[in-house]
Design a protein around this ligand. Structure first.
Ligand SMILES: [Zn+2]
Ligand SMILES: [Zn+2]
Ligand SMILES: [Zn+2]
Length: 95
């Protein structure tokens, strides 16, 4: 299933930096449709259905490859590099 993604060592335990919503949209006073959480740094960004697509912009700016849905009740992730869904969302490796 999700074993094709080679970036799961990027997945660490992150605290959402802005649990209230998309970090950039909150700054701009904009709105979003759905939220994505970066599993490398805890950045919260809005999805590609949102006007500003900050989650994808975050990937292009940082190259953090793996995010997961930050929507309640959803448990899936996505690797931007491999362009594959990760279902269920990857868990941080316990060291
Ligand atoms: Zn990957
Ligand atoms: Zn946003
Ligand atoms: Zn990040």
């Amino acid at each position: 299933m999700s074993s094709r993604c080679k970036h799961l060592d990027h997945v660490i335990t992150v605290e959402p930096r802005t649990p209230a919503g998309c970090e950039k949209c909150l700054e701009m006073g904009s709105s979003w449709v759905r939220l994505r959480l970066c599993l490398e740094c805890g950045h919260v960004g809005c999805c590609d259905s949102s006007p500003n697509m900050h989650a994808t912009k975050h990937y292009h700016a940082t190259h953090h490859p793996v995010m997961k849905s930050f929507e309640r009740g959803e448990d899936w992730g996505y690797c931007y590099v491999d362009a594959i869904m990760l279902d269920p969302a990857p868990r941080p490796r316990v060291v």
